[in-house]
Structures are given as structure tokens and as C-alpha cells.
Design a protein around this ligand. Structure first.
Ligand SMILES: [Fe+2]
Length: 294
């Protein structure tokens, strides 16, 4: 198999994270120097943006494997079914909801609040790939948030307040109540519903590769803080939900067909607004196995 050209071009975005990579066809074998270079940029910029790629599912998996093992999401029972469903390694995310869609409860065109993929597992993914198979013109943008910067820019009192706190997260679609801003309400002491996953993670995570402190926070689901005053906890969570949405922490991605994005779930969150339910938007996602947050 031919190797790709070793001269890739790297253009950092003018946002808080992200770099556009050109001069590479990721469907083919990639030279060792290029892989090492990509890993380095990924650590520095948290998000790689490849343009104009044409990939089969196997080629997407093969490229992702340069960076780690593929995450197998656990089986679950889909709404209205009785048999367990094992999600495929390559998930199709489509508002048209084809058969292998990961859509469980909510249709895929509804707003996604800032979240970290797989925060609801005890061992979340290290990173995710998203490949645009078909996207509407002027379709919804996706925003990625630099959670290292979001941590750095907290005031000292808040940094002291959150040091050592553990957060209990309910799974993504478990949010039952929203506040006046559309954010999930603080779920003080709420018991998990049948089949609902709950995971506990440090609110401040140390990045396993860079050692940077990360505000490891998911603003999309029900959440509470372990062994913490309910009133203070609710205030803190509401503050952090708004904090991470500040535009200066974010890169806004306008999708084109053939885009492949690879981001660090250990240092970023992402979100996108609701969009037209009738627009055809098909993306494929692969995630990598990570390690227990510390
Ligand atoms: Fe996501």
C-alpha cells in the first residue's frame, strides 16, 4: 500500500483549539513521522480537522487505530424493545435515524448541550472521530470547547472550591428537568432510573498525556456533586454550565462533506444547536478507548 506524502500542512485555527490538516489521504497507510506529528498537534490543539476525505467504514476504523483501540459501547435495551442492542463500532448519527442509529430516545436533530463523549461510562473514551458523509448546506455548526482554557480562566476562589470535587453524572438522555436557560437542573440526590447509567468523575481532571488541568464537565445531563451542599452544588453547576459556553473557549466548525474531525475527549466538550428535522445529515462516529479519569 502506498504511503501518503510526508508533507502535511498544518494550519491552526484562529480559535482556542483546532488545527486544519491538509496534504494527507487518511484512507491509506500513513508514514510514522506523520502519525507522530499528528499526535503532537492533537495534544497541543485538541482537535484535528481533515478535509476532503473519502472513507469506507473499514478505512475509518483503520485510521483511528493508529491512535488507539476502538471503544465498544456497551449493549443496552432500546426504547420499545426487549432484546439488548450492541452498538456497532462505527456509529451512524443521522437525523433520518437509519436502523443502526445510536438514537435511543431523542431524535438526532434536537439540540445537543455541551458534553464529553462517554462521560457516562466509568472509563470514558479518550477521543472521537466524526466523518461527514452527507451534510446540509448551511447546516448546523458544531462547537468544540477547550476545557483546559476553561479551567485556566476560572478565578482562584472557584479553582479552590472545585479542587477534589467528584461529580455524579446520569446518562445523556436522562435529563428530566430544564431550568429557564434550557440547562439540566441540579439533580440533588436523584436515584437512577431503571437501566440508567451513572458515573462519577473528578470535576477537575488531569490530562493523562500533558498533565494539564481540565475542567472535566458535562453540561448536558442531570448531575450532582458527591457529598456536597445541595444549594451550593446547584449554584456551582449552573455557573459552570454557563462558563463553558463562552465563545472565547470555542471553535465553531462549519461542516462540509468529506470532513473528518478527531478530538480529545480528555480536554474538550462539544455542542450543536437544533436543526431542520427534514435536512439530510449523516455522520459516522468512531471513539477510542480511554483510561479512568484522575
Ligand atoms: Fe458527542
Amino acid at each position: 500500500m502506498a504511503l501518503t506524502a510526508s508533507r502535511i500542512e498544518i494550519t491552526p485555527t484562529d480559535a482556542a483549539l483546532g488545527a486544519v490538516i491538509t496534504g494527507i489521504d487518511v484512507s491509506r497507510s500513513v508514514e510514522p513521522e506523520v502519525i507522530l506529528q499528528l499526535k503532537q498537534i492533537w495534544r497541543d490543539r485538541h482537535l484535528l480537522i481533515f478535509k476532503n476525505q473519502i472513507l469506507t467504514d473499514d478505512q475509518l476504523l483503520a485510521f483511528a487505530n493508529y491512535f488507539g483501540d476502538i471503544l465498544q459501547q456497551p449493549a443496552y435495551v432500546r426504547k420499545g424493545e426487549t432484546e439488548e442492542y450492541l452498538p456497532p463500532l462505527v456509529l451512524t448519527l443521522a437525523n433520518a435515524a437509519p436502523e443502526d442509529s445510536s438514537v435511543n430516545i431523542r431524535p438526532n436533530y434536537q439540540e445537543l448541550l455541551p458534553h464529553i463523549d462517554h462521560y457516562w461510562l466509568p472509563v470514558p473514551s479518550s477521543g472521537s472521530f466524526l466523518y461527514a458523509v452527507e451534510v446540509p448546506e448551511n447546516g448546523p455548526n458544531t462547537y468544540w470547547v477547550n476545557l483546559a482554557q476553561a479551567y485556566d480562566e476560572l478565578d482562584d476562589a472557584t479553582k479552590q472550591q472545585i479542587a477534589g470535587l467528584q461529580v455524579r453524572y446520569f446518562n445523556f438522555y436522562g435529563s428530566r428537568d430544564r431550568d429557564e436557560y434550557g440547562n439540566p437542573k441540579y439533580a440533588a440526590g436523584r436515584a437512577p432510573e431503571p437501566g440508567e447509567r451513572v458515573a462519577i468523575h473528578p470535576l477537575v481532571r488531569t490530562h493523562p498525556d500533558t498533565g494539564k488541568k481540565i475542567l472535566f464537565f458535562n453540561a448536558a445531563s442531570d448531575v450532582d456533586i458527591v457529598d456536597y451542599d445541595h444549594v451550593e452544588g446547584a449554584k456551582l453547576v449552573a455557573k459552570l454550565q454557563e462558563h463553558i459556553k463562552q465563545p472565547r473557549f470555542a471553535y465553531r466548525h462549519q461542516w462540509s462533506k468529506g470532513d473528518l474531525l478527531y478530538w480529545d475527549n480528555q480536554a474538550t466538550a462539544h455542542y450543536r444547536p437544533e436543526f431542520d428535522a427534514n435536512a439530510t445529515r449523516i455522520l459516522k462516529r468512531v471513539s477510542l478507548r480511554g483510561s479512568r479519569p484522575f
